[in-house]
Write a protein that binds this ligand. Structure first.
Ligand code: CA2
Length: 144
């Protein structure tokens, strides 16, 4: 079981700015936690971050045949990227949308994800643990 983790714009800043909203854990530390749990569960993970929409779209397209599922935190692109949404639809792999913060308890615009409709489900509000829950969700979908 191979799972692709994708992270959208500004998530490279995690742990350095706005710790009140996004926590003190860096993206590298989250990756380490995901890798460790995945190893225990017998899964392989690839963990990537980009600030560029096109690069994220290309990675989604290339996932076909390479990965069994995609777990993604689209960050700011959650609300704007028709291109990412179309790529997820086209690639026909199970995808899970994750967020560190509870996007439903914040500004109104953060409730309007355009990515969630092409995903199996959404995990939001558990901080770094959202990534581990995303890993579990991806594994449970494939075992169905
Ligand atoms: O809660 C999440 O995971 C978000 O996807 C994070 C996005 C935000 O636009 C979404 O509504 C919810 C923002 C990512 C920016 O990350 C930063 C990290 C540290 C400092 C500044 C931004």
């Amino acid at each position: 079981m191979k799972i692709l983790f994708l992270n959208g714009p500004n998530l490279n800043l995690l742990g350095q700015r706005q710790p009140d909203i996004y926590g003190k854990t860096t993206l590298a530390e989250i990756e380490e936690r995901v890798r460790s749990r995945a190893k225990e569960l017998g899964a392989a993970v690839d963990f990537r971050q980009s600030n560029h929409e096109g690069e994220l779209v290309t990675w989604i397209q290339q996932a076909k045949g390479q990965f069994d599922a995609i777990v993604l935190n689209p960050a700011g692109y959650t609300y704007t990227s028709v291109a990412m949404r179309d790529a997820i639809s086209a690639v026909e792999l199970p995808a899970i949308e994750i967020h560190l913060s509870n996007v439903h308890a914040r500004e109104e615009f953060r409730k309007n994800t355009i990515i969630a409709a092409v995903c199996c489900g959404q995990i939001s509000g558990f901080g770094a643990e959202s990534y581990i829950l995303g890993l579990h969700a991806a594994l449970s979908i494939k075992l169905k």
